[in-house]
Design a protein around this ligand. Structure first.
Ligand SMILES: Cc1cc2nc3c(=O)[nH]c(=O)nc-3n(C[C@H](O)[C@H](O)[C@H](O)COP(=O)(O)O)c2cc1C
Length: 170
């Protein structure tokens, strides 16, 4: 996870580290900096930005998602993908389990299931057969905003958290 990876990567390298994965608000951002990151990258939070052109159904799924609503598929293929759980992930899960139990897994079968799935989510807004890529932090993403509003909110929340921590430690 980001919590364990960031400090270990920071210790292991001598270049600036960008923390990514599971950061959704000012608290997460400050936490990443406390772990030694030089910058943060947010993906899921910006899925619901006004400027983001994904289908509205996909945005609604992110807004509705709870902390437990995502799952990782494709571990067996070496290309794991985290998405919001739906008919497609259940179908893929089942096929992945079947193939994992075989001596010679049929990767082409799995590839066929995933083929075109991102397009179905992003362009067509197909919430059953589409691959709605999203992080676990979707549970915290509740409002559609402009990129400017998101960034301003992140900055002001960070300031608040830092001030609170200063008070707690003095
Ligand atoms: C729509 C979407 C597509 C993504 N595509 C990729 C990808 O092709 N390769 C990859 O390594 N990560 C991909 N990611 C994961 C991002 O790297 C991830 O969102 C980023 O690390 C930030 O984590 P967060 O979403 O928890 O903020 C994607 C994420 C989203 C939301």
């Amino acid at each position: 996870t980001t919590m364990v990876m960031v400090p270990q990567v920071v210790d292991a390298v001598s270049i600036p580290v960008i923390a990514a994965g599971g950061i959704g608000d000012g608290r997460g951002m400050v936490a990443a900096f406390m772990l030694g990151a030089s910058a943060v990258q947010l993906g899921t939070r910006f899925l619901v930005a006004h400027e983001c052109t994904i289908h509205q159904n996909f945005k609604n799924a992110v807004l509705k998602a709870r902390d437990i609503d995502t799952t990782v598929t494709g571990q067996i293929t070496g290309h794991p993908v985290r998405t919001i759980r739906n008919k497609l992930t259940r179908l893929y899960d089942k096929a992945e389990k079947e193939e994992t139990s075989k001596d010679q897994p049929d990767f082409e079968r799995l590839e066929a299931i995933g083929k075109g799935a991102l397009r179905r989510a992003v362009i067509d807004g197909d919430m059953d057969a589409g691959s709605m890529m999203s992080g676990q932090i979707a549970g915290l993403v509740k409002t559609e905003q402009s990129c400017e509003e998101i960034i301003q909110e992140l900055m002001s929340e960070s300031q608040t958290v830092i001030e609170q921590q200063k008070k707690a430690f003095i």
